[in-house]
Design a protein around this ligand. Structure first.
Ligand code: NDP
Ligand code: MG
Length: 393
């Protein structure tokens, strides 16, 4: 029996995870859940899964959370609030497994907490790998934690590498596939609305990652994530646009042999794989009918129109704190676009501006990561307010 803490329970990955847990009541027990601020949704999940502890990040929502639990006769359920509560759930002795599905750098501290506590860590929150880098991988190793990637591309690569010899891992190339997002093929990205940007053609996801997919920043973050998870140098990571999203990613061996993982475009698939590993769990996702799909297409990414992918490679090569600068600037610009304070094209311009102007050495502790993240966020907000050129198309 695996006992689970699900962070980001009210989100898109959270919902898919709950669906898999529901199918295997004898193998998995949900002990605790956490979310950002939506307390009614948290209380619904608490009721459906009979959890013991519920945490909300926004401390102003604690009373509302308690009231929502009481309304469902769940006053005995422990209610917690604040960022510390996320770390508490991630390192809780009652759980063997942490599903980390918080969005953004808010996930950094809980990911480290789970790593330090030696948990089985099912990681969707790619931003914590981008920010945590070598420090996170060292923390995982030093504490005997097990990282199982949930991000579909990394889950695919994990599957493709399973059983590969160590020397093969040191020479192979990684091929990340990208759907290309809703604006694939366009050369002019002016006038795009948040509604258009979040309408992803293939995947139904949270708003932030949907915008990241539309700018190709998501693929950039995934390149950095792949570098750390699989210890592969950036020159051995390639990206190819594959609009059908059937091939989830591939590993290319020294002799040119390519091993790919294919599956339905359904996040329950990689979640179930990570939950069951090394066994395979059937999440009852749609089976691929290749004859019906008939055609799979591939094309090179358009780095001129979507420069954020190139900037991610650049940040990775630059090292130091550059990946944290990239991630934090993007989070602020992405949110400003969703709030209609920045045009779509302003996201890439803002990240470019911050990479050029904010230089920082590599942090050596979690506190330093969080401090750098916070400093870049503040500087990015200031830059957007002070530079009309970032705000106009
Ligand atoms: P959603 O926006 O759907 O969900 C985000 C979750 O995080 C919600 O439960 C939200 O709570 C919670 N949350 C927000 N802020 C905080 C905080 N400060 N502390 C604790 N919890 C918080 O996002 P997704 O599920 O789409 O994505 C989650 C992560 O998984 C991201 O890192 C994303 O990149 C990654 N991922 C997602 C994929 C997908 O298909 N969706 C695919 C691959 C990776 P509330 O509801 O209250 O706001
Ligand atoms: Mg992905």
């Amino acid at each position: 029996m695996q006992t689970i803490s699900l962070l980001g329970a009210t989100g898109s990955i959270g919902a898919s995870t709950l669906d898999v847990i529901r199918r295997y009541p004898n193998d998995y027990r949900l002990v605790s859940i956490a979310g950002g601020r939506r307390v009614e949704e948290l209380a619904d999940i608490a009721e459906a899964f009979q959890v013991e502890t519920v945490a909300v990040a926004d401390v102003t929502q604690l009373d509302a959370l308690k009231a929502a639990l009481a309304k469902r006769n769940l006053s005995h359920v422990e209610a917690l609030a604040g960022n510390d509560a996320m770390e508490k759930l991630a390192s809780d002795k009652r759980v063997t497994t942490v599903v980390q599905a918080i969005v953004g750098a808010a996930g950094v501290a809980p990911t480290f907490a789970a790593a330090k506590a030696g948990k089985r860590l099912l990681l969707a929150n790619k931003e914590s790998v981008v920010c945590g880098g070598a420090l996170l991988m060292d923390t995982i190793k030093a504490n005997g934690a097990t990282l199982l990637p949930v991000d579909s591309e990394h889950n695919a690569i994990f599957q493709c590498l399973d059983g590969a010899r160590d020397d093969a891992r040191q020479t192979c190339r990684l091929l990340l596939t990208a759907s290309g997002g809703p604006f694939r093929g366009r050369k002019d990205l002016r006038g795009i609305t948040p509604e258009e940007a979040v309408a992803h053609p293939k995947w139904s996801m949270g708003a932030k990652i949907s915008v990241d997919s539309a700018t190709l920043m998501n693929k950039g973050l995934e390149v950095i994530e792949a570098h750390w998870l699989f210890d592969v140098t950036p020159d051995r990571i390639d990206v190819v646009v594959h609009p059908q999203s059937v091939v989830h990613s591939a590993v290319v061996h020294e002799d040119g042999s390519m091993i790919a993982q294919l599956g339905a475009t359904d996040m329950r698939h990689p979640i179930a794989y990570a939950m069951g590993y090394p066994k395979r769990l059937d999440a009852k996702t749609e089976r691929l009918d290749l004859a019906r799909i008939a055609t799979l297409t591939f094309e090179a990414p358009d780095l001129e129109t979507f420069p954020l992918l190139k900037m991610a490679f650049e940040a990775l090569e630059a090292g130091g704190g550059a990946s944290i600068v990239l991630n934090a600037a993007n989070e602020i610009a992405n949110a400003a676009f969703l709030a209609r304070e920045l045009p779509f094209t302003g996201i890439a311009r803002t990240v470019r501006h911050m990479l050029d102007t904010f230089k920082a050495p590599a942090p050596t502790s979690v506190d330093e990561i969080l401090a750098l993240d916070e400093a870049v966020r503040a500087a990015t907000r200031e830059a957007i307010a002070a530079n009309p050129s970032l705000r106009t198309e």
